[in-house]
Design a protein. Structure first.
Length: 96
């Protein structure tokens, strides 16, 4: 089966294609792809993974053509960032 593996670091995005046997799991595909050597910071014990944008477990079975995605951890609360950006915009408007 042909499987795609996608990962994006803050500075680089990678899409790898790999061949896996029938019955392969998400973890099998990630390990076969070599992506863990390219990005040693990936920690499969901590980071979430998905298939076509839907969260999946490492032992989930794959189908031919699936796209496995490795997600980076969230480093800040999106709500906080939105509020902070809004607050900065209000300060600029008051200064102008």
């Amino acid at each position: 089966m042909k499987i795609g593996i996608a990962y994006a670091s803050p500075s680089r995005q990678v899409w790898l294609n790999t061949e896996v046997p029938d019955g392969a799991t998400v973890k099998d595909a990630i390990e076969r792809s070599g992506i863990l050597k390219q990005f040693p910071e990936i920690d499969l014990e901590q980071q979430k993974v998905g298939i076509f944008s839907k969260l999946a477990k490492l032992d989930a079975a794959l189908a031919d053509g699936d796209r496995v995605e490795i997600y980076r951890p969230i480093t800040c609360d999106p709500k906080t960032v939105k509020r902070k950006a809004k607050g900065e915009g209000e300060e600029e408007a008051a200064e102008g």
